[in-house]
Design a protein around this ligand. Structure first.
Ligand code: SF4
Ligand code: MG
Length: 335
C-alpha cells in the first residue's frame, strides 16, 4: 500500500491571553491509499486541530505551526504558498465538518456551491457543473435533485445539509476525505445512512478517509486503523481489532469502558474521572498522569516512548517498560 499522507512530529499551538496552548504536541501518523483511519479522543485532545492543520485551516495567528511536516504525496503542506493550498483544498483533500450550517454558504444555492469546485478544479462549464451537481445530489440520496439543486441551505433538513456537504467534498474526487465528527449532530437513523453513504462512496471512488470522532461505535463500523489522542498526543495506534480487543494504554481502557455496550442493558457507563490536562501548562510526563489509576513516579517525570506491540500497534505507556508492575486489563474495557 502507498502512503498518501505522512504527518511527522506535528506540533501546533495557539497564543491565547498571553499563554501558549499546545494543542497538538508531536503527532505522527500515516494514511495509506483507500484506508479509513479513525482519530479518537475526548474534545480538546487535538483531533480537530490535527485535521485542520492538514487542510491548513488553522488561523495564524493566533495559531502557529511549531514543528513538524505534513507530507501529501511527498510534498510538505506546511510549506506550500496559500495559492497552491487553494488548489489542494477541495480538489485533492476534501473535508466535512460536524455542523454543515457553519461551512455551507447560506447566501448561495447548494448547486452553486457544488459547481464552484467543479468549475475551478475540473474546468467544467457552468452547465456541465450544474448537471454534475444533480448527479452528485442523487448519489448522496437527495430526493428530486433537479429541484433541490436550486435551493439554499436553510431549505434543507439537517441530514440533507450533511449529505450536500458530502456531495461538495466529493465533487472533485479528492484523494483524501477528512470527516470531523460528520454525524454527531444527527439522529441515529440518519447517522447510519450517512455513514453507509461514506462507506459506499469510498468503495466506489477509492478515497482515503480520516474520520475524527469520539464515538467508538462509529469507529468499529468504519475504520481499519485507529489513533487514540489524549492531551495533544497520540497515546496508542493500532488496527481496529488491536484497539478493541488488545488495547494496551490505560486511556484506551478508559475509553472502551465508557462505551455503551448494546448487549448489556442496565450496565452503567464508566466515566473516566477527572478532566483533561490544561494544554497551556501540560504535565511534564505522560499527559494522562492526573487521571490514570496506574500512574507511577516515572509517569510524572518523562513522556513514555512508544513501545511496538506488533507491526501495526504501538503504545506510549510506562506500564510497558520492563521495570513496571504487571497490570491486568480491566474487565470493563473488554469489548
Ligand atoms: Fe498511566 Fe503512566 Fe501509562 Fe501514563 S504512562 S498511561 S500515567 S501508567
Ligand atoms: Mg473537535
Amino acid at each position: 500500500m502507498n502512503k498518501i499522507l505522512e504527518v511527522k512530529d506535528l506540533s501546533v499551538s495557539f497564543d491565547t491571553y498571553g499563554a501558549e496552548v499546545k494543542a497538538v504536541r508531536g503527532v505522527s501518523f500515516d494514511l495509506e491509499e483507500k484506508e479509513t483511519l479513525a482519530i479518537v479522543g475526548e474534545s480538546g485532545s487535538g483531533k480537530s486541530v490535527t485535521a485542520q492543520s492538514i487542510m491548513r485551516l488553522i488561523q495564524m495567528p493566533p495559531g502557529k505551526f511549531v514543528n513538524g511536516s505534513i507530507l501529501f504525496n511527498g510534498e510538505d503542506l506546511t510549506e506550500k504558498p496559500e495559492k497552491q493550498m487553494e488548489n489542494i483544498r477541495g480538489k485533492e483533500i476534501g473535508m466535512i465538518f460536524q455542523d454543515p450550517m457553519t461551512s455551507l454558504n447560506p447566501t448561495m444555492t447548494i448547486g452553486k456551491q457544488i459547481a464552484e469546485g467543479l468549475i475551478k478544479h475540473r474546468n467544467m462549464s457552468k452547465k456541465e457543473a450544474h448537471l454534475k451537481g444533480i448527479e452528485l445530489l442523487k448519489l448522496v440520496g437527495i430526493p428530486t435533485p433537479e429541484v433541490r439543486i436550486n435551493q439554499y441551505p436553510h431549505e434543507y433538513s439537517g441530514g440533507m445539509r450533511q449529505r450536500a456537504m458530502i456531495a461538495i467534498a466529493l465533487a472533485c474526487n479528492p484523494k483524501i476525505l477528512i470527516a470531523d465528527e460528520p454525524t454527531t449532530a444527527l439522529d441515529v437513523t440518519i447517522q447510519a445512512q450517512i455513514l453507509d453513504l461514506m462507506r459506499g462512496l469510498q468503495e466506489e471512488t477509492g478515497t482515503a478517509i480520516i474520520l475524527i470522532t469520539h464515538d467508538l461505535g462509529i469507529v468499529a463500523n468504519m475504520a481499519s486503523r485507529v489513533a487514540v489522542m489524549y492531551g495533544g498526543k497520540i497515546v496508542e495506534t493500532g488496527t481496529v481489532d488491536e484497539i478493541f480487543y488488545h488495547p494496551k494504554h490505560p486511556y484506551t481502557w478508559g475509553l472502551l469502558g465508557s462505551m455503551p455496550k448494546l448487549d448489556i442493558e442496565e450496565e452503567e457507563l464508566q466515566v473516566i474521572p477527572g478532566s483533561p490536562p490544561d494544554l497551556a501548562d501540560p504535565p511534564k510526563g505522560c499527559p494522562f498522569v492526573t487521571r490514570c489509576p496506574y500512574a507511577m513516579s516515572a509517569c510524572t517525570k518523562q513522556m513514555p516512548a512508544y513501545t511496538n506491540i506488533s507491526d501495526t500497534q504501538k503504545t506510549a505507556c510506562w506500564l510497558l517498560d520492563d521495570r513496571a508492575p504487571e497490570v491486568q486489563i480491566p474487565e470493563s474495557a473488554i469489548v
